[in-house]
Design a protein around this ligand. Structure first.
Ligand code: GDP
Length: 298
């Protein structure tokens, strides 16, 4: 399914002007640029990125009379240009097992994303093992088991409250013994105690490196699009406590805050591996910059 971030950023602006608006040509002047910038900010693009997009749009075109369609196309092109370098599916290595650590705050969609990714890799003929590393939340473990069943992938668990690092170590052993292509390790997302979480993640990494010095091969941060600008601070926090190598943005279906993805790309340049566009197993789409830009400005 096509991602559906907020539609009509430009449409809303033009919509305020009377009937013939769609074909009306308006000068790309300061007033117009300011209005466009405000709209981008209201779509959660952030002040800096919104300013950059509109400044780039104006370059060589300031004062020109442009149609709505031309303005939309210009804006979409600028957004796509920022997004293109970060549109990168999760890389698949020949190395077995490829270890992917999934990090993010509780509720961001980690469990769901692991289930969706597992299903996609299975469909691509890869064998997958999941480790339920958030050992403190019984509900999280149960949810992951449900997703594992849906995806047809084994989920390794440990007793509630036990050491996630030792589960991760066992999971490495199991994935190796099974000849699995991919091991995805869920992790806790309690940001209330950051030092604890940092220590927990560091210990998982230390322990799995005893089995493979290059692991984890990816650390994927799952972000919830509906948190808007908060996603930016979450990247900063998780970059401090783990080696974030890429992002998955969830809940882009029906949110008015998709612009935050542009701000993320502009500010951090981290790969966006996929986007969550619903609660079902197939609702994980590759990130398509042009489609995204068109939907955002549509
Ligand atoms: P976790 O606590 O990070 O593991 O988060 P969960 O995977 O349990 O997800 C939290 C909630 O968000 C659940 O109700 C999911 O169904 C929902 N969710 C996850 N991803 C998406 C998405 O892409 N779109 C929508 N609409 N809901 C999602």
């Amino acid at each position: 399914p096509a991602p559906e971030p907020k539609r009509g950023v430009i449409g809303r602006l033009i919509g305020r002007t009377p009937p013939a608006a769609p074909v009306m040509r308006r000068p790309l002047d300061d007033a117009m640029l300011e209005q466009l910038e405000d709209l981008l900010i209201s779509a959660d693009m952030g002040v800096d990125t919104a300013a950059r997009v509109t400044a780039n749009m104006a370059e060589g075109r300031f004062g020109k009379r442009l149609s709505t369609g031309e303005i939309k196309a210009l804006m979409a092109a600028e957004i796509a240009r920022i997004m293109e370098p970060v549109a990168k599916p999760l890389p698949i290595y020949a190395k077995k097992p490829q270890v992917v650590l999934i990090v993010g705050v509780n509720g961001s969609g980690k469990t769901t994303t692991i289930g969706k990714l597992a299903a996609q890799f299975r469909a691509a003929g890869k064998s997958v093992v999941i480790a339920a590393g958030d050992t403190f939340r019984a509900a999280a473990v149960e949810q992951l088991q449900v997703w594992g069943e849906r995806a047809g992938v084994p989920v390794l668990t440990a007793p509630q409250g036990s050491d996630p690092a030792s589960l991760a170590f066992d999971a490495m052993g199991k994935a190796e013994a099974d000849g699995a292509d991919l091991l995805m390790i869920d992790t806790a997302g309690r940001l209330q105690n950051r030092a604890d979480l940092m220590e927990e993640l560091a210990k998982i990494v230390r322990v799995i490196r005893k089995k493979d010095p290059d692991a984890p091969h990816n650390t994927v941060l799952v972000l919830d699009a509906t948190t808007g600008q908060n996603a930016l601070s979450q990247v900063e926090i998780f970059q401090k406590i783990s080696d974030v190598s890429g992002l998955v943005m969830t809940k882009l279906d029906g949110t008015a805050r998709g612009g935050v993805l542009v701000a993320l790309a502009d500010k951090f340049g981290l790969p966006i591996h996929a986007i969550g566009v619903g609660e079902q197993i197939d609702d994980l789409a590759p990130f398509d910059p042009e489609e995204f830009a068109a939907a955002l400005t549509g």
